[in-house]
Design a protein. Structure first.
Length: 441
């Protein structure tokens, strides 16, 4: 089904999504917002590979301890992380009625290695986490992620980057509400690659992006019997922007996609393959540390192979903004309208419209609070003769983060999730409270 993020604290900033609309000018307003601004006293410093080797040698060898320290011979830096969460969930099994709460613990660890020169760089990142519930062991899950990435800048105005991700994930049970009242979440592997080529100068920006993603689900009867949910996606985007004056640019962004299911005919007897695209045109404004705006509107269309599914067409939207009226206060808003895939039987996708708003306040330099709200409207594309389904998801969230020093931080997060639906079996409410302690080096 469609992913609905809860906004809980995460170990690593790990995302397969990307924003094709990269700036011609620096993103000053975004960089100066409360949650993104640099905090040198509380940032991870990393561990130099030569320092690590030298430390180990001095630990095990008296001769090494007596030897003078040599100059670093490598620019490789390691960034280890460790995080522990305690979770209280008011509806652990995502039931419509007779909700039962439970507690869980989550342990996560990660390690990133980076190396960078003046015109090239690379990084390798690995992370894993394990969640264990006190009462409902059916919700236990382990996840792992690997990422390899690199970039090269053969000229001052040319940059190419390539990344590959391998992820073994547990789908949140609320995202797979198929009416089966399933007790076990779905597990799947997601393999993806992302290639970007960017050319910029004082007036123009050309950014080509190619993304391939491969979803492979594990069997989870009766929700997933075989390979009916396995699919491949290919998305190509071209972003062209023209600077009209300092801090302001106009852009146009065409995009096309192909979505292919490994099993030609799904368990519902229908073919779910499709192709489509969209085109956006808009403006980007980012002149000072106070205001940032990027808004694009246009048209989208998705055509399905099976005649039982009508084509989707209509307005497309992508917008986000940041306003810093005070040094300690940041306000953000965004909106999207797109066509997403759906794994529900008898549906081929959904028209998704989602506005979001948030506010962040810096209580102290190392103490930040934020509130957020989002509403997601989903109109599912059902087959001919099938009852229509429309969902509305409201999510409220609050976070409080305390940076103790450059190594230790504590975060408390609260989420309230409420889903209404024209399908009675899909109505769902739950709340979740998470307290996290994170270590970074």
């Amino acid at each position: 089904m469609i992913r609905a993020a809860l906004g809980l604290p995460s170990l690593l900033a790990w995302s397969l999504a990307w924003s094709p609309a990269l700036p011609i000018q620096a993103q000053t307003a975004e960089e100066d917002s409360v949650l993104r601004r640099p905090r040198p006293d509380y940032q991870a410093v990393g561990i130099g590979w030569p320092d690590l080797v030298d430390g180990v040698e001095r630990l095990v060898s008296p001769e090494a301890r007596r030897a003078p320290r040599g100059d670093a011979a490598s620019d490789v830096t390691l960034y280890p992380t460790l995080q522990s969460d305690v979770i209280a969930d008011g509806n652990a099994l995502r039931r419509q009625s007779a909700a039962q709460g439970d507690f869980a613990t989550k342990i996560a660890a990660g390690l990133t290695a980076t190396g960078e020169d003046t015109d090239r760089g690379w990084s390798l990142a690995a992370s894993a986490d394990s969640t264990r519930w006190l009462r409902f062991a059916s919700q236990n899950g382990d996840q792992a992620r690997l990422r390899e990435s690199g970039f090269v800048e053969p000229g001052e105005d040319l940059r190419a980057a390539l990344s590959a991700d391998e992820q073994w994930l547990v789908e949140p049970i609320e995202d797979s509400s198929s009416g089966y009242r399933q007790q076990r979440p779905n597990r799947y592997a997601l393999y993806s690659t992302l290639l970007t080529v960017e050319r910029t100068n004082d007036d123009w920006q050309f950014l080509a992006t190619e993304r391939a993603a491969f979803y492979r689900y594990a069997a989870n009867p009766p929700v997933i019997a075989g390979k009916e949910q396995d699919r491949d996606e290919l998305t190509s985007t071209l972003h062209v922007a023209r600077s009209v004056f300092e801090g302001t640019a106009l852009f146009v962004e065409p995009q096309v996609n192909l979505r292919h299911y490994v099993r030609e005919v799904g368990a519902d007897g229908l073919r779910h393959d499709s192709s489509g695209g969209q085109i956006l045109g808009g403006v980007r404004y980012d002149l000072s540390s106070v205001t940032f705006l990027e808004a694009g509107a246009g048209w989208l269309r998705q055509v399905y192979v099976d005649p039982a599914f009508a084509a989707v067409s209509g307005p497309a939207l992508q917008a986000r903004s940041v306003w810093n009226p005070l040094d300690r206060l940041s306000l953000e808003a965004g909106a999207t309208r797109r066509v997403a895939e759906s794994n529900l039987a008898g549906t081929a996708g959904a028209e998704v419209t989602s506005p979001t708003v948030s506010a962040a306040y810096e209580i102290e330099d190392n103490l930040m609070a934020d509130l957020n709200f989002s509403f997601t409207d989903m109109h599912y594309k059902t087959s001919v003769g099938t009852s229509p389904r429309v969902d509305g998801i409201k999510q409220y969230g609050a976070n409080l983060r305390y940076l103790i020093d450059e190594t230790v931080s504590i975060t408390a997060s609260w989420t309230d999730y409420r889903r209404s639906s024209t399908v009675a079996a899909a109505v769902l409410d739950f709340q979740r409270l998470t307290v996290s302690m994170a270590l970074q080096w």
